[in-house]
Design a protein around this ligand. Structure first.
Ligand code: AKB
Length: 318
């Protein structure tokens, strides 16, 4: 039977975009989508899967002869603070299931995302180095840091080929983010088009590292296709593109929608944002496997607005 790739969390913000790209590159018959919510709307086979159910995961892996797994199912920073026990269980158990499948040589390769949430209040905020003080303050960040340690451990101890990136906030037009602190940077575009205004839950000068989804997908696939010997960091690579505040993105949107208004009403996500870096030093990713981002704030804003408008515009009947 042919070897296949499994994407777990295929209905999520990253998963739904990654599935499309994997299908485009390898063909619909080489990719399998799985998610706890049925029907991720893909052209490849779909399986409903709770990532905590190791037996169900193994059944899917055997059924499709899966050799490579992208494990994207997780509770993100803001949601995880509401359900800390559940977040810890979900974020860690799923990872152990796939790490152990690789240890037993049932699968060959794993992608598991980490995040800038691994950093904390005592981390240098500007150009945050790859190796530095971490001390995450959220349950999501703690689970990502612990996960990174386990990935490196499984690599060293059992030669498990696991690869990871510390994603910044991700911004895309095709899929909605779910429960993160950086979600405002996606919502702002949709509301700018739909209503001409947006109430932001972060302060106007809160700078965070961000990245356009197209860049994030390219980084992920480049890392996964790289020769194993060149992937020297087996915890997770720092990854960067742009950094901006709500005020800066609003100013960029105003260049396209002059009447756009932003107001601010902060909530508990402000404190999470303040614990994270403002910019990231990703020189190891650039050196080891040639990472280079394409989109700056200007290019990303223009692309987001064009594509969201196109998605919402009525179809012309000839
Ligand atoms: C979040 O805001 O929780 C995520 C992340 C930065 O990992 N987008």
């Amino acid at each position: 039977m042919k070897n296949r790739i499994l994407v777990i969390g295929a209905g999520g913000q990253i998963g739904s975009e990654l599935i499309m790209e994997l299908c485009r590159i390898f063909g619909n018959d080489s990719v399998v989508a799985a998610d706890i919510k049925p029907g991720a709307g893909t052209d490849c086979p779909f399986e409903t899967l709770d990532v905590m159910n190791g037996k169900a995961m193994l059944d899917i892996i055997k059924k499709y002869n899966i050799r490579e797994v992208y494990l994207l199912a997780a509770l993100l920073s803001a949601t995880a603070e509401k359900f800390p026990d559940k977040a810890w269980q979900l974020n860690m158990e799923g990872l152990f299931h796939v790490l152990n499948l690789a240890k037993e040589k049932i699968i060959d390769k794993i992608f598991w995302p980490s995040s800038i949430a691994v950093f904390g209040f005592n981390t240098p905020k500007q150009n945050t180095p790859q190796f530095t003080v971490m001390e995450p303050s959220t349950v999501y960040g703690i689970s990502k840091q612990a996960g990174e340690r386990w990935c490196e451990y499984y690599y060293r101890r059992y030669n498990v080929d696991v690869r990871s990136l510390r994603y910044p906030g991700l911004i895309g037009y095709r899929s909605a983010p779910g429960g993160g602190t950086t979600d405002y940077a996606v919502h702002i575009f949709h509301e700018a088009i739909a209503k001409g205004s947006y109430e932001c839950f972060l302060k106007e000068d809160t700078v965070l590292p961000m990245m356009y989804m197209e860049d994030a997908i390219r980084a992920t696939l480049t890392l996964m296709q790289e020769d194993a010997g060149r992937v020297k960091i087996r915890s997770a690579y720092n990854l960067a593109a742009i950094s901006f505040s709500p005020r800066q993105i609003a100013d960029e949107i105003k260049k396209h929608i002059p009447g756009f208004k932003i107001t601010y009403k902060t909530d508990s996500r402000q404190e999470i944002a303040e614990s994270w870096p403002q910019s990231i030093d990703d020189s190891y990713a650039r050196e080891h496997w040639g990472w280079k981002h394409k989109y700056d704030l200007k290019a990303m804003t223009a692309d987001m607005l064009t594509n969201i408008k196109a998605l919402h515009s009525p179809v012309t009947v000839k």
